[in-house]
Design a protein around this ligand. Structure first.
Ligand code: DNO
Length: 363
């Protein structure tokens, strides 16, 4: 695996490339052209500029998170082909610039959903949290307003103000889209983009829905083993793969994370690894990465990735806000750096253990 950190670009991120470069074991960033809107073609020049800036800091672009998919493609409206053409053009430009990993999602209206961005924990750190009851009692149009004051002046991915102003319209757009329709539209999209992915060896890595169930009655399909295997089979091409996000699949305690990882051998192109702490099955908060701080066994998650021979980029995911840092919730420097270091430590131990085991058995 290759340890990376997500970075939003110098115009948007509070964390600098120089800081990222100083985290031991981190050689690459997962980035994006954050000022583009879904449906827009990314120019080669803009991609090249981004790559050059990253290279000047002594890092590389290990992948893109995200090239967002326009709603016309998700709902399957009559203008979708034009947006798919634009997406293909963007993929082509990324391929020509030697970028081979693209994370995206197929979530309707809202990207990841949290009800609190700064829940205080006992140690005084603040974390993102989710409570189903709050969502059930909330008018979706008020969702953004309710969390906006805790965004620390940043623009959060999937929660761009322009998009949130259109929530009502977006709900209307999805009113006839159920799970089956969403699967169909995803298949249509993937079949159209696979040729360009094959041509440039671009690995598409779908991000799961977070939380991994329907919110506000909207369809959500990338939520469990059954659905993700269905998706892998429905377009059976190695370039159709997944972002294995432990914190997203893990929202549903019925998802057995190590087992899911093993069942996706060869199709996990990117991993987000983080821990959650459950207070009840429908109330959770984002813990530190360390196993003992949350509910998941992080060793087992890393071990499963190791066992399937995962060799793609991995990143620590949302971090807690600690040491008085003011940053985009979930995306500060300090706790993600601790996360990267911890995950690197687990990996080194797993790797050494495996090699010693092989030596002992004379393999
Ligand atoms: C949240 C992220 C998501 C993810 C997108 C991928 O922190 O994990 O916003 O980047 O869903 O398209």
């Amino acid at each position: 695996m290759e340890m990376t950190l997500r970075w939003y670009g110098s115009a948007f991120d509070t964390v600098t490339l120089k800081q990222i470069r100083q985290i031991p074991g981190v050689g690459g960033v997962i980035t994006t052209l954050y000022d583009t809107v879904p449906g827009e073609v990314w120019s080669r020049e803009a991609i090249r500029k981004m790559k050059e800036e990253v290279a000047e800091a002594g890092l590389r672009v290990s992948g893109i998170e995200s090239v967002n998919v326009h709603d016309a493609i998700k709902v399957g409206s009559s203008d979708r082909d034009a947006y798919i053409e634009n997406y293909i053009q963007t993929l082509e430009n990324l391929g020509l610039e030697d970028i081979h990993l693209v994370c995206y999602n197929f979530m309707p209206v809202f990207d990841w959903t949290r009800t609190e961005l700064a829940r205080k924990r006992q140690d005084g750190s603040t974390v993102l949290a989710y409570n189903q009851k709050t969502v059930d009692d909330m008018d979706p149009e008020k969702m953004f307003e309710s969390i906006e004051s805790d965004m620390n002046g940043t623009v959060m991915p999937g929660w761009e103000p322009e998009r949130m102003e259109r929530v009502k319209e977006l709900f209307e757009l999805y009113k006839d889209v159920d799970d089956e329709k969403l699967f169909e539209n995803l298949k249509y999209f993937l079949e159209k983009i696979m040729p360009v992915c094959n041509k440039y060896d671009i690995k598409m890595a779908i991000h799961p829905d977070d939380p991994a169930w329907s919110v506000f009655g909207l369809p959500r399909i990338i939520i469990n083993k059954k659905n993700i295997l269905r998706m892998m089979k429905m377009v059976d091409d190695p370039h159709n793969g997944v972002t294995f996000c432990s914190g997203s699949y893990g929202t549903n305690l019925e998802n057995d994370l190590p087992d899911m990882i093993r069942s996706l051998k060869g199709r996990i192109h990117f991993a987000h690894v983080r821990n959650l702490k459950f207070n009840s099955p429908t109330d959770f908060e984002e813990a530190a990465h360390l196993s003992s701080d949350g509910t998941f066994d992080m060793y087992e998650i890393m071990k499963a990735l190791y066992d399937i021979g995962f060799d793609g980029p991995i990143r620590p995911d949302h971090g807690r806000m600690i040491w008085d840092e003011v940053a985009m919730p979930g995306y500060g420097l300090y706790d993600r750096a601790l996360g990267a270091t911890y995950l690197n430590g687990l990996w080194e131990a797993i790797d050494k253990n495996a090699r010693r085991g092989q030596e002992r058995s004379g393999q």
